[in-house]
Design a protein. Sequence first.
Length: 338
Amino acid sequence: MALEDKANAIHNLLENEYIVALVGMGGIGKTTLSKKMYDLFHNQYEKYSFLEDVKSKDINDVKRKLLQDLCDKTLSKDQNVDEYFHEIKECMKSRRVLVVVDDVDMIRSLGDLKLLNDKHAINLNCKSKVLVNCRNWQILKNHVRESAKVDMELLEEEQATELFMFHAFKHANHVTNDFKNISIDIIKACGGLPLSLEILGCYLCGIHDLDIWKDALRELKGGQNITGGSDNELLWKTLRISYDHLNKKHQDMFLDIACFFIGLKKNTLCRVYQNGDNSLSPMLILQNLKDRSLIKWAENGGLYMHEQLQDMGRNIAMEVKMNRFIWKPNIYLQKNQV
């Protein structure tokens, strides 16, 4: 489905919901889709506001922007924004308003912004609408109806190819077979993750040395740094944010899964942990990891995760040298070839 079609689908869902949540791992395209929906439809509303990357900003600065966008009220840093914030609620009740909240990492953010509502209420008569992006469904599930949750999916092969080729060859009149073939391998290695496809495509654009492309592919498969610049930092910081926000037990299980347990069934994995550490609640941890879009379950019940998350986990495991396990790629490959 094209990006514009997805944006239309999100806006159609908002017609029947007060608040809609886009949920998925970092780099999967939540912000891109939200911006597209906002660009296409914000003019249909009386007032509108796009609050980008909320988790990394001071909540009072976010409040000031929302107050300015919706109520035309500009406050200085020394003014108490909360004294005026009741106007936000009144505006959303009386006018047709669109608010997009990008990258929320705690429910308090939505509460502070006065954007929460009763998820059980039928809000068909509410003229104002809220779209929220989040990596962790657990943050939102008590405030957003299940019918208003949109799980972001990885790009299908055709979409992934289109995205990568656009960024890698946008100035080229002709692409040779050698570069077409290695592009296919790079696209597969990215696993449908839009951020990876975009950053790698931009990095390789204009590079006519096939060996550099081969090196990039090799390092991508090994989960290593590629560009050495800010784009590369964005890629790995994005993938690592959800991991860094886990507690120690969740981090350990994520690393164990990345190194050793891909393909195991849920009950089998729980037995492994219950036999080794009675203080763990493996079923709960697995559910938390799933809600954070760090792992998924295949149709056959086996555990899997995105390849770049898996590579990231293995790299982290080698860096921190876990006490319980030490990830050694050559040993792992030998065991899995048996």
